[in-house]
Design a protein around this ligand. Structure first.
Ligand SMILES: Nc1ncnc2c1ncn2[C@@H]1O[C@H](COP(=O)(O)OP(=O)(O)O)[C@@H](O)[C@H]1O
Ligand SMILES: [Mg+2]
Length: 289
């Protein structure tokens, strides 16, 4: 049994109005514990809609979402408890900061989980540390923080619940390159050190190539592909036809291969390309390396 099973999920906005729009059309997917899943798709392909259905924020029109075999929308299941297990970080999560101190904001989730004061305090400290938020900021108002700090505080508010699955819907939007890299590394650490399942929605094919083990491709509300990252990114033309471009380095390496250079196809990151080219140069010079 998979940790998360999505079965024949369909969802429309504005049902019965002239603006009715089918956002998801018969989507089925299984996600296993401990996976790092990347989600890609053109704007409007249904990524955010699907993410909000995974933690019960949106209810299916038809179909089911099972968490550990339990239908999360079944009347017997308290949806609040589901949200402690499936954490969702929206785009611009800092807009959801609301309390008068950062500490209170981060402790909101753990408090609702009914944890002891002692445990809540520990969770806040470790979540803040995890996202790289300095201790002295905890007693400030969220509104005194910089943009990047606010983002970290908002993410700490989800991490403090220690969800089994954590979903990030375009978490780096609006951050500078340093802020982006830092955040992605922290997300990757969360996955690696705690063994938690991470679902990352991103526009950046580079970021997905670097971190995701599997990639889910949505197109017009349907799943177009769901496979290991290398396999998905080898369908260059298919992705192109959906308005998705594989990382630039992949194009460059594919071209070199086309021109007859002995490099492998499906190179996804600059680091991999560096290794390939180094190998090629060494061979040409007759050196061992
Ligand atoms: N609140 C809403 N009301 C009406 N239509 C919506 C709403 N949210 C999304 N949609 C529509 O549903 C489709 C899927 O949107 P969304 O899930 O946000 O896609 P993505 O996250 O991939 O950009 C789009 O056509 C979008 O316009
Ligand atoms: Mg979206």
């Amino acid at each position: 049994m998979s940790l998360l099973e999505v079965k024949n999920l369909t969802y429309s906005y504005g049902v019965g109005t002239p603006f009715e729009k089918k956002a998801l059309d018969n989507v089925s997917v299984n996600i296993n514990a401990g996976e790092f899943i990347g989600v890609i798709g053109h704007t409007g392909s249904g990524k955010s809609t699907l993410m909000q259905m995974l933690n019960g924020l949106l209810k299916p029109e038809s179909g089911q979402v099972f968490l550990n075999g339990n239908d999360i929308n079944a009347p017997k299941n308290n949806i609040r408890n589901i949200r402690f297990k499936v954490g969702l970080v929206f785009q611009y999560p800092e807009h959801q900061l609301f309390d008068d101190t950062v500490r209170k904001d981060i402790s909101f989730g753990p408090r609702n989980m009914g944890l002891s004061e002692e445990e809540i305090a520990e969770r806040v400290i470790s979540a803040a540390e995890f996202v790289g938020l300095k201790n002295e900021l905890l007693d400030k108002s969220p509104f005194e923080l910089s943009g990047g700090e606010k983002r970290r505080a908002a993410i700490a508010g989800v991490i403090s619940m220690e969800p089994d699955i954590i979903i990030f819907d375009e978490p780096t939007a609006g951050l500078d390159p340093n802020g982006r890299n830092y955040l992605l590394e922290r997300i990757n650490d969360y996955h690696k050190t705690k063994g938690k399942t991470v679902i990352l929605v991103s526009h950046s094919m580079e970021d997905i190539a670097k971190y995701a083990e599997k990639v889910l491709v949505l197109n017009k509300g349907r799943i177009e592909m769901f496979d290991e990252t290398k396999k998905v990114f080898s369908h260059v033309e298919k992705l192109d036809s959906m308005g998705l471009r594989v990382p630039q380095i992949t194009y460059i390496m594919n071209k070199l291969k086309e021109y007859g250079y002995d490099v492998s196809g499906g190179v996804l990151t600059v680091e991999e390309a560096y290794d390939e080219l180094k190998r090629l140069l060494c061979r040409k010079r007759g050196e061992k390396c």
